[in-house]
Design a protein. Structure first.
Lengths: 145, 99
């Protein structure tokens, strides 16, 4: 199980939460609640740390069709999110950072190197606090890669 | 005002300083803040001060000696501060880029 992947609820999963139609055991139901389509597996394991065998429960939920891996996580999608975050954090000063993200290579390492570079740029010529904020938000997005 | 080699050197120095003033003010738009941006405002103020000081050089012949000494020592002092800020800024940039 790749901790960076994201599970999302299927229609069946949503149905179960709304109507208890499939009457799944309580432990599966509790873990199903933690699957939000945004948090990666590592995050879900962390959130549900009070429950036993969460990893196994996730796999069981997937096998039974209540959740599925989000396969829509692409470099292009991640780049779009990074650009939106840069725009939101830096406002009018985001243009140079946006250009760097657009030009970034479509590999995890390449994108990571670009974001490190952006952090340095923002820290040097825009704002030190915004640099920290930007890199914190972008790291969360990149965890999904 | 005596027109000699000193006068022409002063005019050249003023021209260079005016160019420097143009550079720091135009670069300011590209450096709104951050480590460089904070120092840049101070560097701009110093360059403005030097420009005023340099503009007075053609009139050195008619300025009283004690005022002249004050101007020159002031320019030297702020020149030293300018150098310190520039060196520290370069140091911080290198430190940041190599982190």
């Amino acid at each position: 199980m790749d901790p960076k992947k994201i599970y999302q609820k299927t229609e069946k999963g949503e149905d179960e939460l709304r109507t208890r139609k499939y009457n799944i055991p309580q432990n599966l139901r509790q873990v199903l609640i933690f699957v939000d389509g945004k948090s990666n597996i590592a995050k879900v394991l962390e959130k549900a740390s009070g429950f036993p065998n969460v990893g196994q429960t996730l796999e069981e939920l997937a096998v039974q069709g209540f959740i599925q891996l989000d396969e829509t996580v692409t470099f292009s999608g991640i780049k779009d999110e990074l650009i939106a975050t840069a725009r939101q954090t830096l406002g009018a000063d985001a243009e140079k950072v946006i250009a760097k993200i657009k030009d970034a290579p479509e590999t995890k390492e390449g994108l990571q190197a670009t974001m490190d570079n952006c952090k340095k740029y923002v820290k040097l010529v825009i704002d030190e606090k915004k640099a920290e904020e930007l890199i914190r938000k972008c790291s969360e997005i990149m965890l999904r890669l | 005002m005596k027109i000699d080699i000193t006068f022409f050197i002063s005019i050249a120095a003023i021209a260079v300083m005016l160019y420097c003033l143009y550079l720091v003010t135009s670069l300011k738009q590209k450096v709104p803040g951050g480590i460089v941006g904070k120092k840049w405002n101070f560097l701009m103020a110093l360059v403005s001060l030097f420009t005023v000081g340099y503009l007075s050089t053609p009139f050195f012949g008619i300025i009283p000696e004690d005022v002249l000494r004050l101007i020159v020592s002031g320019i030297f002092f702020f020149g030293a501060i300018y150098v310190v800020i520039t060196v520290k800024l370069i140091y911080q940039i290198i430190k940041e880029l190599s982190a």
